[in-house]
Design a protein around this ligand. Structure first.
Ligand code: LM2
Ligand code: CA
Length: 620
């Protein structure tokens, strides 16, 4: 069900052919609450949406700047921003990020991400650059029982649990079941008891529905074009249908806001599963993270391809897909940028190139504790709102900015360029750790989570020519050359390449250009990096190097390259790593019985390049 234009402004630069194949601007939707209606595929609703990026916890000023500098030019369609309403303030827990998920009122006046004026400026600036704002809408509940039981909130509003005079809500506006959900298979409990002890709104009443619609319409009037509905699974579809039905069209486009609902698939009856909500708007497809994400993490590219779409719970046009989100990063950290680096980029790039679902790119900040708030220059209580650092300063180490990495940003443009062109020319290799496919005759992308693969030929549907690898650069405006590698596609549509470990090559018609060296060879062969560590061991122990690149075992002790003891007590090995890759690593001692001893302290870090050599001392 599509409510939005597929192409962001940045993609308008792209070359010709795709335009004809792109879906037209779809008309308004909603209202059709029956799943049956949504399963009738039409040309319009079989399309999937443009790329969303979740700028988790970014301040409004930084989002605005990013729309202008990065997101618009790269072709991102929308930004999911963190909840903007007044929330609890928790100095005792050092202002965790999840303060935002405990609303106190629906005022946008003062969160640590900025003021209402900043919010309005962000929406307008982004819109001017062709990027929409989607708000994370917390409408199932208000505050919880925790460190703070009463106000003031971030904008000064008074409250206590079940009493929120600013809205206003009072005791009778909350569900009768005043305890945590116990039976997750019982829809009545899941809908009407408390999630995490958060006061559960009686969303079936006219008063509550009106307050929620007023809150959402206030943001629509500002120009907000869509919503992630937080904890949608905890509200009956009928209540949601009533609320969505009260929403105004988005000014400017006249379309109804885009809605995607967070429904985490668990066990339980069909009424609690994603398809039950899909008639109302799109739905998060957690199987993508769980199944496709895990396979990409484990280097099973062919498995990831095979899972789509058959092993998903939703048809492509109703699913919002992601490799990780702000919750899974913390609760199920099996795949995220933290610790996975370039492997995570490969996974997000795969998601962008594949036509299944509306992709949501995660952009996050490093953390050592799961509750840690966003990077802030002030500390509580001296700076109670917590002054966030500028997220656009990606090099400072405060923010990861995954969405800027070439393999991610470049694949956003790829996705826009290929539109809904079908998958073709499927290739898998490297023992299933690499896979590639065409999107019609508009683009070709290949992904490798295994080791280096030299001199491979790939069959594409592209016309002969010289193409920029958009995963490593773009066409330079000055001389028509590529800023990264270029590949020559021959008259029969094939090209040859050396595929680095943990790497992506993506070619499309919108980014052609002559390349350096211009013959289709990867100009950056993998670098052989030497690792040497002085480490005393007992007889039978074996030293390995382990790190976040696939060639370093992806942090799996069993997969890290073994080192030679020929120069004992110096242990040595040489490992081929993707040139330019920054990585983290550590040494481990493996005992004959399989037990592992890690060296102490922080991860070590390095960058692969010509002559790379790392001389270290074991840290006991
Ligand atoms: C979501 N989707 O349905 C969000 O994606 C998720 O991040 C939210 O939880 C959750 N629903 C509620 O909106 C986060 C965070 C929780 C945190 C809540 C509320 O993951 O840890 O719960 O926000 O701030 C915290 C405490 C919890 C306590 C609760 C109420 O961790 O132990 O429950 O506050 O005080 C007693
Ligand atoms: Ca509820």
């Amino acid at each position: 069900m599509r409510l939005r234009r597929f192409l962001a402004a940045g993609a308008a630069l792209a070359v010709t052919t795709a335009a004809a194949t792109l879906p037209p601007t779809a008309g308004p939707v909603l209202a059709a609450a029956t799943p049956a209606a949504s399963q009738t595929a039409t040309a319009a609703d079989s399309s999937v949406g443009g790329t969303i990026v979740h700028l988790f916890q970014w301040r409004w000023e930084s989002v605005a700047q990013e729309c202008a500098d990065v997101l618009g030019p790269a072709g991102y369609h929308a930004v999911q921003v963190s909840p903007p309403q007044e929330h609890v303030v928790l100095p005792d827990e050092n202002h965790p990020w999840w303060q935002d998920y405990q609303p106190v009122s629906y005022r946008l006046d003062n969160t640590r991400r900025g003021t209402r004026a900043d919010f309005i400026d962000m929406v307008e600036t982004c819109r001017d650059h062709g990027v929409q704002i989607y708000v994370d809408a917390v409408i199932n509940h208000m505050t919880g029982t925790g460190s703070i039981g009463s106000g003031p909130g971030s904008a000064g509003g008074q409250f206590s649990k079940y009493e929120y005079p600013e809205v206003p809500y009072s005791d009778s506006d909350f569900s009768d079941c005043r305890r945590d959900i116990a039976n997750w298979d019982d829809p009545d409990e899941v809908w009407h008891c408390e999630l995490l002890a958060l006061s559960d709104l009686r969303t079936s009443t006219a008063h509550v529905q009106q307050q929620l619609a007023d809150f959402l319409n206030d943001m629509i009037a500002i120009g907000v074009a869509g919503f992630r509905v937080d904890a949608a699974k905890h509200m009956p579809p009928a209540d949601l249908a009533a609320i969505y039905g009260m929403l105004d069209p988005v000014p400017g486009t006249g379309e109804q806001p885009y809605i995607f609902q967070e429904v985490i698939e668990g066990g339980g009856p069909d009424s609690l599963r994603p398809p039950a909500y899909a008639g109302l708007g799109d739905v998060t497809e957690f199987r993508y993270h769980r199944q496709v994400g895990a396979q990409l993490r484990d280097g099973q590219l062919s498995g990831a391809l095979n899972a789509l779409p058959g092993q998903m719970s939703l048809p492509a046009h109703q699913a919002v897909v992601f490799i990780d989100n702000h919750d899974t990063q913390r609760e199920d950290p099996s795949i995220s940028y933290q610790g996975m680096g370039s492997a995570h980029d490969v996974a997000q790039a795969f998601m962008l190139a594949h036509p299944y679902g509306t992709p949501k790119v995660m952009s996050s900040y490093p953390f050592t504790s799961t509750i840690q708030g966003p990077p802030s220059t002030g500390t509580a209580p001296g700076n109670p709102a917590g002054e966030l650092t500028a997220a656009t300063d990606c090099g400072s180490g405060d923010w990861f900015c995954e969405h800027r990495n070439p393999a991610v940003a470049g694949l956003v443009g790829f996705r826009n360029q290929v539109g809904d062109a079908p998958i073709a020319d499927v290739w898998t290799g490297n023992g299933g750790a690499a896979a590639g496919f065409s999107r019609g005759d508009l683009g070709y992308a290949v992904f490798n989570r295994g080791g280096v693969l030299n001199g491979q030929t790939f069959q594409t549907g592209l016309p002969a020519g010289s193409y920029c690898n958009v995963a490593s650069g773009s066409r330079s405006d000055g001389d028509g050359g590529c800023t990264g590698a270029a590949y020559q596609v021959a008259a029969d549509g094939s090209f040859q390449a050396n595929l680095g470990g943990d790497s992506v090559i993506a070619l499309h018609r919108g980014e052609t250009g002559s390349g350096d060296p211009g013959n289709g060879d990867d100009p950056e062969p993998p670098a052989g990096c030497e690792f040497a560590v002085t480490a005393e061991t007992w007889w039978g122990q074996q030293v390995h190097v382990v790190g976040d690149l696939a060639a370093l075992g992806g942090w799996q002790p069993a997969n890290g390259p073994a080192m030679s003891s020929a120069d004992y007590p110096i242990w040595r090995t040489e490992v081929a790593l993707p040139t330019g890759a920054s990585f983290e690593y550590k040494y481990i001692k493996r005992n004959p019985d399989g037990g592992v001893e890690w060296e102490s302290g922080d991860n070590r870090s390095g960058t692969a390049g010509p002559g790379c050599s790392f001389q270290d001392n074991w840290r006991g």
